[in-house]
Ligand binder design. Structure first.
Ligand code: NAD
Ligand code: USQ
Length: 397
């Protein structure tokens, strides 16, 4: 297939581009490199030494013999160039990762909130409008988030894959309807993903676009078999208070001897997936697109759920690092239940990587190897959800 990977220079996009290229697909990365610019703005760098995109692509050619294309383009701002790109490449499939993806970053200032909405909503809508305008019948796979469902639902009813069947009482009796699961975003970033869902529903129905929305949990790990083939292909690893996700942050903190930064009691339960499974899930979704006219297919892209406090205990048990309970900078439930259906990927052959298999390797091969690159003053999360909320002082001198 000819595949465009939008956001293909990022944490999930780069290993996905390599995985799809390795399978023999003709891959072109489209990215405006905004994530690298945000690193400069935040004065922080990936824990792993990621190389410039042109070098990444050259090294991939050397080690695999395969070409990956690169187009620097802002999906949110360059609609005409996007249309021209689609007409030139005529992709069979498109994977859409190209959004601002950090909840804390999206809450750090009015500027960041507005940027996140403008960037994400426009990027997705430009893509949908361009596909409809050009008539290109590419299978579109979007990386959404588990966070569209929210984490405030009590009880043990499993979260279905996207849709709920509801029963309505009418004067003529009971009526059944299938609706998108109600959205309950916990940050401006998550809000943009709930807006994406409505745009997908509209364009699938109005323009017969074939769309799959992957409601992904928190990704952990760093490497895939392809990014391991040369150090210059290494994937990014975010550890800072805005972009670092919880488990990778704990692994980095253990490696540098920093107390594990549990927010509040750590009673929040979240869904997780290893980056190796992210790339396989995208492949499976590309191979199983919905029919034209069908509603967007939704897969819950998760393999395990864990409480944050339990993850901290696990990492502390493996490494002996102490746990710090810090004021929670986020507006979120003190604790929550989370039961998630993920039958669809399992039925299509996903064989998940579990925490028990991958954690120690991640600590020794990545976190300890690159610990000299950590800036300890970037570890504490400083973005607060509302003015006046408390955050912790640095735990290092
Ligand atoms: P990332 O920030 O590392 O990568 C996103 C890429 O998109 C970056 O390279 C960035 O430069 C590019 N980009 C952003 N806006 C763009 C625009 N307007 N035009 C062109 N390129 C643009 O993020 P990631 O961790 O790889 O996440 C990718 C997707 O997966 C996101 O949509 C995110 O919401 C979703 N997701 C990520 C996680 C996770 O834990 N990382 C979990 C669930 C879902
Ligand atoms: N947390 C801590 N300590 C930390 C960092 C986080 O206790 O040092 C807690 C947070 O308060 C939160 C939980 O861990 O309760 C998860 O935080 P996170 O930063 O790992 O994940 P989140 O903000 O939800 O965002 C990440 C990705 C996002 C993706 C989302 C999937 O950045 O792109 O959409 O995971 S999900 O959480 O399922 O919505």
């Amino acid at each position: 297939m000819r595949i465009l990977v939008l956001g293909g220079d990022g944490f999930c996009g780069w290993p996905t581009a390599l995985h799809l290229s390795d399978l023999g697909h003709d891959v072109t990365i489209v990215d405006n490199l905004s994530r690298r610019a945000i690193d400069l703005e935040l004065e922080v760098d990936s824990l792993t030494p990621i190389r410039p995109v042109s070098e990444r692509i050259r090294v991939w050619r050397e080690v695999s013999g395969r070409e990956i294309g690169f187009v620097r383009l802002d999906l949110a701002a360059e609609y005409d160039r996007l249309v021209a790109l689609l007409l030139e490449h005529r992709p069979d499939a498109i994977v859409h990762f190209a959004e601002q993806r950090a909840a804390p970053y999206s809450m750090r200032s009015q500027t960041a909130k507005r940027y996140t909405v403008d960037n994400n909503v426009r990027a997705t809508h430009n893509l949908l409008a361009a596909l409809a305008a050009t008539g290109i019948d590419a299978a579109l796979v979007h990386l959404g988030t588990m966070g569209v469902y929210g984490y405030g639902w009590s009880g043990s009813a499993p979260i279905p894959e996207g849709y709920l069947t509801v029963k309505l009482d009418t004067p003529d009796g009971e009526l059944k309807r299938e609706i998108l699961h109600p959205a309950n975003p916990g940050s401006v970033y998550h809000l943009t993903k709930t807006l994406d869902q409505l745009m997908f529903a509209f364009y699938a129905s109005n323009d017969q676009l074939r769309i799959t929305d992957l409601h992904q949990g928190i990704v952990w790990g760093t490497q895939t078999p392809q990014t391991e083939r040369d150090e210059r292909l290494i994937n990014r690893f975010d550890y800072d208070g805005d972009y670092g996700t919880v488990l990778n942050r704990f692994l980095m903190q253990a490696a540098v001897g920093h107390p594990l930064t549990v927010h509040g009691t750590g009673g929040q339960t979240r869904a997780f997936i290893h980056i190796r499974d992210t790339v396989r899930c995208v492949q499976i979704a590309l191979e199983n697109p919905p029919e034209p006219g069908a509603k967007p297919a939704v897969f819950n892209q998760i393999t395990e759920t864990h409480r944050v406090a339990d993850l901290a205990k696990l990492v502390s048990g493996l490494t002996g690092i102490e746990i710090a309970h810090l004021p929670n900078p986020r507006q979120e439930a003190v604790e929550n239940d989370l039961v998630v259906r993920n039958d669809r990927f399992l039925a299509l052959g996903l064989n998940p990587t579990t925490l028990s298999e991958g954690l120690l390797a991640e600590i020794t091969e990545i976190a300890e190897r690159y610990r000299h690159r950590v800036d300890p003053h970037k570890i504490i999360a400083r973005s607060v959800w509302r003015p006046g909320m408390e955050t912790s002082p640095d735990l290092v001198d």
